[in-house]
Design a binder for this molecule. Structure first.
Ligand SMILES: Cc1ncc(COP(=O)(O)O)c(C=O)c1O
Length: 499
């Protein structure tokens, strides 16, 4: 045997022994305890304790610190009705976040289930690949009846991040097909969240969220957001600050070279950081800049769409003229997963001819059941005037939350529609914020569980400065605003004593 053959034989033997020892360590499926599977088979009751144990053993939660559950139970939400959710132990919570900024019409609407059932019996599933189906066609037209009038084409996805991703691919291909092949870069804003897939995450402006997944898709760049509460002191008015912030887009485009910049993404109300709004002049200026350098303006309405801001789309409220509008969440009030990217015909033009296609799509996008539920949801919006409810009551909601200003920890109440953030500060006079360890103690050590104990599900977030965020169902009114204020007061009054 040659030396090389001997070496190879040794290597194979090594691999065989490794496989053997690994196989010994992996438990065969039959020895893993699977009591929920057994209970379902036997038709016996699954108890909350069984769910708790199984969840801790097998479920990988999203954006969740699992170590928390070493000492605490996992909250398990079992049912919902109106603006309330109930856990498996029967505890009731005010859904101050509409699930995830998304159950806009409120929970438990039986007619959505009936619409889904009817659709499943008629056409359970068919993809949108080369074949269309009636509900997708109907829904696309229905969306255009509410959308900014310059938009005319709908590309369905299963959620917001996929629509963000799709918009970037369309932008890149559009410019390649229209003689500007070097345009590919994207500009977005500090601390903005646009999704988790690698393209959408690259556009996201939260470094801590990206760190573990670098290198991401290259060619994205950040400009300042419109956090007026923490704007530099030289600005006398919000408009003045907003114009400065918009002009940073021009600066970035020029710096990166206009021939390389394809799109600018911005949420009408930026969620991450805590509900940053901007006056119409900001959006006018962004439009001017985008027109000047042929950069596509992508309005990410994943949260603000479908009534959240007091108009069907926030673009209408702030006079935003987008080239593409990302929508999701509230489109079905989250009874079904669906997203819709709504686009100008100009961007579709080059795809109309010859062998050209957009080689992009998702199996479940425009799922017939999701489209049927979306249509039912929009019927409810119209019949109950949910958007009008928000428009009529938003100022009252803000005023009620502003009562919390008498607490030393409440630095700023901001937002619009039914979408508000309360920024928590260490010193109201100087706007001094909490250090990262203090914020950790405040948010995860206290607020998260204190709110639940109080019967409130809302978001305590520190992707920017610490905030509590509210985005309740669009069905609520002044009585519920008072209830929310009282719950927050009880939670926030002792909060300062923790420092
Ligand atoms: C502004 C914005 N864009 C994109 C996304 C991603 O949406 P999804 O989780 O449906 O992919 C979100 C999610 O909250 C969002 O708020």
């Amino acid at each position: 045997m040659s030396a090389a053959q001997g070496k190879a034989k040794k290597l194979v033997a090594g691999i065989k022994s490794l496989i053997k020892s690994t196989a010994r360590k992996i438990k065969p499926a039959s020895s893993i305890q699977l009591p929920l599977v057994a209970a379902r088979k036997a038709g016996t009751k699954i108890t909350p304790a069984m769910l708790q144990k199984s969840a801790k053993a097998h479920l990988w939660m999203h954006f969740t610190r699992h170590s928390t559950f070493d000492t605490k139970d996992m909250p398990i939400i079992a049912r919902a009705s109106g603006h309330h959710i109930f856990d498996v132990n029967g505890n009731k919570y005010f859904d101050g976040l509409s699930g995830l900024f998304s159950v806009n019409a409120g929970h438990g609407r039986v007619r959505y289930a009936e619409a889904a059932s009817k659709q499943m019996q008629e056409l359970d599933f068919f993809p949108l690949w080369s074949f269309a189906h009636p509900r997708a066609i109907e829904l696309a037209e229905r969306l255009l009846s509410y959308a900014p009038k310059n938009l005319n084409r709908v590309f369905f996805t299963t959620g917001g991040g996929e629509a963000v991703e799709t918009a970037w691919k369309i932008a890149k291909q559009f410019f390649k097909m229209t003689g500007k092949p070097t345009k590919h870069k994207v500009i977005s804003r500090h601390v903005a969240y646009h999704g988790t897939s690698q393209g959408a995450l690259s556009i996201t402006g939260i470094p801590a969220m990206k760190k573990m997944f670098e290198p991401l898709v290259p060619s994205t760049f950040r400009i300042p957001n419109t956090n007026w509460y923490r704007a530099p002191g030289q600005f006398k008015t919000e408009e003045e600050f907003a114009l400065w912030a918009a002009n940073r887009a021009e600066e970035m485009i020029l710096f990166e070279d206009p021939d390389t910049v394809a799109a600018l993404y911005a949420e009408p109300i930026q969620n991450s950081g805590g509900c940053f709004t901007a006056p119409p002049i900001y959006w006018q200026r962004l439009r001017e800049i985008c027109d000047k350098y042929d950069v596509l303006l992508v309005a990410d309405e994943t949260i603000t769409g479908y009534g959240r801001a007091g108009t069907m789309f926030a673009c209408e409220k702030y006079g935003i003229v987008p080239d593409m509008m990302v929508t999701a969440k509230g489109i079905t009030s989250s009874y079904q997963p669906l997203g819709a990217l709504i686009i100008t015909e100009r961007l579709f033009e080059p795809f109309k001819t010859g062998t050209n296609i957009l080689a992009h799509g998702y199996t479940f996008a425009a799922h017939p059941v999701a489209c049927a539920v979306a249509l039912e949801n929009l019927d409810v919006f119209d019949e109950e005037d949910l958007v009008g409810n928000v428009a009529r009551n938003s100022a009252k909601f803000r005023k009620t939350l502003e009562k919390l200003y008498d607490l030393p920890i409440v630095g700023n109440v901001r937002g619009d529609g039914y979408f508000f953030a309360i920024e928590l500060v260490k010193d109201k006079a100087t706007k001094q914020t909490f250090s990262p360890p203090e914020a950790e103690k405040l948010l995860r050590g206290y607020l998260a569980s204190a709110m639940l104990k109080e019967g409130l599900y809302a978001r305590a977030d520190d992707r920017g400065n610490p905030v509590i965020q509210l985005a309740p169902p669009l069905t609520i009114g002044p009585k519920e605003f008072d209830e929310l204020e009282q719950m927050l007061r009880r939670v926030l009054t002792p909060a300062m004593k923790k420092f």
